[in-house]
Design a binder for this molecule. Structure first.
Ligand code: HEM
Length: 287
């Protein structure tokens, strides 16, 4: 059946227009977000971090999921940017989870951001559960005042000693004959909840052989800015000493009280939403 001239024309327009449409979609976020900002910044000579913001709405989510979900090499997401755009200022612009974003991957930059809370104001997406007067929702003087009460109650040596007197006997009493690895997975999951936190702590430039289990590495203090498990600056985790002590006690009882058995030696990590091994991989039996 012969195509009419009209159909041929439409088909030609459609096929010819596809590359243009692709081009427009690829640059849409750059035109929408970056161009106006760049116009404003040009007056002061400020540059935006290098990078690309991907497609409308999707941003760079497909590339992100490719590295995190399919390849399971999350650091390559940032390494690919370093290769493409150079190390420059240690920051890249992108568009993730529906928002234009900047990824900061160098310790010094992260430290600067944590310490400049007047410029980078922390805002939790939801404070319905914690309430508008909770520590994470308040700022400035109210934050400092509330924080000092909390630190006195849970983060000072005398408070920690008191808490320990309550917690340790309960930990011993709660010992179960067999324990799966899930409890451990959950605590591990708390550690890294953002792209650059994983990158910072598993980057061989910051820690020697970072994926090797080597508790001795902590005999020396970490290089400045490289250990940010608990955040930093005025918002550094208010329970960081309590968390360290609880984890140390928990690991102590798990080590001396249980026999450990590796169930799935070849288990691979999943990295979304948190880095965890997907299966039970260690079983603990009471000694
Ligand atoms: C391994 C366990 C823990 C980890 C990895 C952790 C990590 C963090 C991180 C990354 C922040 C955000 C810091 C920032 O916004 O810059 C934070 C804030 C906070 N954490 Fe933790 N945390 C842990 C355990 C705890 C515990 C046990 C408590 C209390 C009992 C606690 C109380 C808080 C509070 C109140 C804040 C808000 C501080 C503020 O906004 O001033 N955390 N934590």
């Amino acid at each position: 059946m012969e195509m009419t001239v009209g159909v041929k024309l439409w088909l030609g327009l459609f096929i010819g227009g596809l590359p243009r449409l692709g081009w427009l979609l690829w640059w849409w976020n750059e035109l929408w977000y970056v161009a106006p900002l760049q116009a404003r910044c040009s007056a002061t000579g400020t540059n935006l971090p290098p990078g690309h913001m991907g497609f409308p709405l999707l941003g760079e989510m497909l590339t992100f999921l490719w590295y995190f979900k399919i390849l399971r090499r999350p650091n390559e997401f940032i390494n690919s940017k370093r290769r493409k755009y150079g190390d420059g200022v240690g920051m890249y612009r992108t568009h993730l989870f529906g928002s234009p974003s900047i990824i900061a991957c160098f310790p010094s930059i992260n430290k600067f951001i944590f310490q400049s809370d007047d410029k980078f104001i922390l805002k939790w997406p939801q404070v319905d559960l914690t309430g508008p007067a909770s520590l994470v929702a308040v700022h400035g003087k109210s934050h400092a005042r509330l924080r000092s009460y909390i630190l006195n109650a849970i983060n000072r040596p005398d408070a920690l000693r008191r808490i320990d007197l309550h917690v340790q006997p309960r930990m011993v009493a709660a010992r179960a004959p067999i324990v799966g690895a899930e409890g451990l997975q959950n605590t591990k999951g708390l550690e890294s909840d953002c792209v650059d936190s994983i990158y910072l702590h598993t980057n061989p430039e910051n820690f020697e052989d970072p994926m090797c289990f080597n508790p001795d590495r902590w005999n020396e203090p970490a290089r400045p800015g490289t250990y940010q498990v608990f955040g930093g600056g005025s918002r550094i985790c208010a329970g960081n000493m309590l968390a360290r002590i609880e984890l140390a006690l928990f690991l102590h009882h798990l080590s001396v009280g249980y026999k450990w058995e590796l169930l799935n030696p070849d288990v691979e990590m999943v990295y979304l939403p948190h880095p965890i091994p997907p299966l039970f991989h260690i079983q603990y039996r009471l000694r």
